[in-house]
Design a binder for this molecule. Structure first.
Ligand code: GUN
Length: 298
């Protein structure tokens, strides 16, 4: 058997198209569009690419993109002052501080300054607390993307067993709560878990978020499972020529695809959903802040 490939690119594009329609409706109804402020400190090339993509996709959806690019030597105090000014700016609905920040800046201190109502990354303690307590709030983007992809394949997730390999603050822990919200039976596995392959084989939905290239093998996968691979690892690819590299996930894709019913590729699976969910959060933040009804279907 060969698994259905979950086309994250296409699913993200469809979500962005729906959001674009919603933004157009909001503009007609309320005379303004949601605005996302992105703050980039320094000139890390990967971060520059991410920020450019976020700004482009924000504008393509008809929303307003506000970019703040700060010098690598910007003091922490100045960054905090900028975040505080965005918090009180009535024209800003969402704030994203691109990570990683330069070494002299404490990331947690800066993130904690973001008004939870504008925390479109879902990274503040208030957002995390609201998720754990089952209260409404802005949810982290990558784990939300995982839930949307699983729902795209399986529909209602009620009663499914979900094993999440990895307990990071950015993915594993919030993913556990998000799948729990969908009435899944959730287990979080990590480096100290006993007999990890056997545990993974119990999963209807297997989420791989460990950051170890191709760690999860085909015989760890339950036949018919839905496998969602969050890992993005660059590995040497001598078969492509001397010095060449390629991206692989945390799952041994070729093996797992022989066993699973559905699987995300890397790249082109979870990755595109992360930015789409950021744009979705920006629309949701604008609706909550402005007391607008949340549009249908997002
Ligand atoms: N750097 C890489 N991915 C992300 C993300 O999703 N959010 C933020 N703030 N920084 C990132």
């Amino acid at each position: 058997m060969s698994a259905q490939i979950i086309d994250g690119k296409a699913i993200a594009a469809a979500l962005r198209a729906r959001l674009g329609d919603n933004v157009a409706q909001l503009k007609i109804a309320h005379g303004r569009v949601p605005a996302l402020a992105v703050v980039l400190v320094g000139d890390d090339p990967a971060s520059q690419v991410y920020v450019r993509n976020k700004a482009r996709q924000t504008q393509e959806m008809g929303m307003r993109s506000i970019e703040h690019k700060l010098d690598v030597g910007t003091p922490e105090k100045a960054l905090i002052a900028l975040v505080q000014s965005l918090n009180v700016d009535p024209d800003v609905d969402g704030i994203l501080v691109q990570l990683p920040l330069p070494k002299h800046i404490n990331e947690a201190t800066v993130i904690e300054q973001i008004d939870p109502a504008k925390d479109v990354d879902g990274l503040t303690e208030a957002s995390a607390g609201r998720l754990v307590l089952g209260k409404p709030g802005l949810r982290p983007c990558t784990p939300t993307g995982c839930v949307l992809l699983a729902q795209g394949v399986l529909g209602d997730l009620t009663g499914k067993t979900c094993v999440i390999v990895g307990r990071s603050i950015l993915v594993g822990k919030p993913a556990a709560h998000l799948f729990l919200e969908q009435n899944c039976t959730v287990t979080i596995a990590h480096s100290r878990t006993k007999d990890l392959p056997a545990l993974c084989r119990t999963a209807d939905i297997l989420i791989a978020a460990v950051g170890r290239p191709q760690m999860i093998k085909g015989d760890w996968v339950k036949p018919g499972a839905c496998v969602i691979d969050v890992g993005i690892n660059r590995v040497d690819a001598p078969e492509r020529g001397a010095g060449k590299t390629r991206l692989v996930g945390d799952v041994d894709y070729d093996e797992a695809a022989q066993v699973a019913a559905a699987i995300t590729p890397v790249p082109g699976g979870v990755g595109p959903m992360t930015i789409a969910c950021l744009l979705r959060n920006t629309v949701l933040a604008a609706c909550a802040r402005m007391d607008w009804p949340v549009p249908e279907g997002i």
